[in-house]
Ligand binder design. Structure first.
Ligand code: PLP
Length: 349
């Protein structure tokens, strides 16, 4: 029997938040500088490990104990303080669903990671956006002030994607003293490995602080989906109730373990990417173009005209425009750095 409406109902509040947009693949072959990916091909040792992970007729064990222990060791933690997920974006969703439901809210900086506005949709929690400060960094005072009696979580992103600056350790410590102990603080450190500013925060998890890391950016495993959170073991027990079971994969675990075995080579690549980043920033600033502190593997051009992304697209290169806010450009191949400087000079200098 037909009901009044014969289409499936999509919960009305879902329309209020824009869908996550991925950087498109270029139509012509060029540089892909739109998703902060690692431009280096996977290391042979890692490829080999993935090719050897052929027992994928079996599920991965519920918690990947070996990888969990390896990560715990490098952070000086116990294994149960480490929570793995298929990308740290998944863990962001899990955390908000664990702590914030209907009638609650969570506070986050903006502009920041595009996934943040949608994190509360499934549970019904409302997202509260807090503008960045004049340096394009997270405004910790404003984030703390936005916390009210309905707030269950607050997100800090350092370095901030898409703008680049870090949060200072001393400012973060003062912020933690202001945040009520029953409000979860999520420190998103997706780009931590690229940070060279000695004053930058390095989160010490525990209590109401969790730190999120990923294998997607510096470690070059974006397409395999491995991220992790470090924090209180009891919190992770709660998180495991909302986590979708069996969502990690055999090749992803093998790749992550193999990557940790060849970390020296990863560090060399990070050093090279930072050299390219710093050259890019210096040359753009020499052209008179405003570039905030860049501590990730990307630069932010707050004054970029809308035509900039089109000028890149004409050459087959993809960058990421944020309508009315600016344009983010990832640090890619050495030759891509020269192309970025050339195109920006033509459009903005
Ligand atoms: C890329 C990114 C993530 C998500 O990475 P995963 O691939 O899901 O691990 C999380 N936070 C920020 C700020 C990012 O830029």
């Amino acid at each position: 029997m037909k009901e009044m409406s014969d289409t499936v109902r999509i919960r009305p509040h879902l329309a209020a938040v824009p869908a996550y947009q991925q950087g498109n693949a270029p139509e012509r072959v060029g540089f892909k500088l739109s998703s902060n990916e690692n431009p280096f091909d996977p290391l042979p040792e890692v490829v080999q490990a993935v090719q050897g992970a052929t027992d994928f007729n079996r599920y991965v064990p519920q918690n990947l104990v070996k990888l969990q222990q390896r990560i715990a060791e490098r952070h000086g933690l116990e294994a149960d303080q480490v929570h793995l997920g298929p990308g740290s974006v998944t863990i962001l969703y899990q955390l908000i669903q664990t702590v914030a439901g209907e009638g609650d809210n969570y506070v986050f900086p903006w502009p920041s990671f595009e996934a943040y506005p949608a994190l509360g949709l499934a549970s019904g929690a409302r997202g509260v956006q807090v503008p960045l400060n004049d340096d394009f960094a997270n405004d910790l005072d404003a984030l703390a002030e936005a916390i009210d009696e309905r707030t269950r979580a607050v997100i800090v992103c350092s370095p901030n994607n898409p703008t680049g600056p870090v949060v200072a350790q001393s400012d973060f410590d003062a912020f933690m003293r202001r945040v009520p102990e029953n409000v979860l603080v999520i420190l998103d450190e997706a780009y931590a490995e690229f940070v060279t500013n000695p004053d930058a925060v390095h989160g010490t998890p525990g209590g109401n602080l969790v730190v999120l890391r990923t294998f997607s950016k510096a470690y070059g495993l974006a397409g395999l989906r491995v991220g992790y959170g470090i924090g209180d073991a009891e919190l992770w027990q709660g998180v495991s109730r909302v986590a979708i079971p069996l969502s990690m994969s055999t090749p992803a675990e093998a790749a992550a373990l193999a990557t940790l075995d060849v970390e020296e080579q990863i560090f060399e690549r990070i050093t090279e990417l930072n050299r390219r980043r710093d050259r890019l920033v210096a040359e753009l600033r020499a052209l008179g173009v405003r570039v905030p502190e860049a501590q990730g593997n990307f630069v932010w051009l707050p004054d970029a005209p809308d035509s900039l992304a089109r000028a890149f697209a004409e050459r087959g290169t993809l960058v990421r425009p944020f309508a009315g806010l600016g344009t983010r450009i990832s640090v890619g191949e050495e030759e891509s750095v020269d192309e970025v400087i050339e195109v920006v000079r033509g459009e903005m200098a």
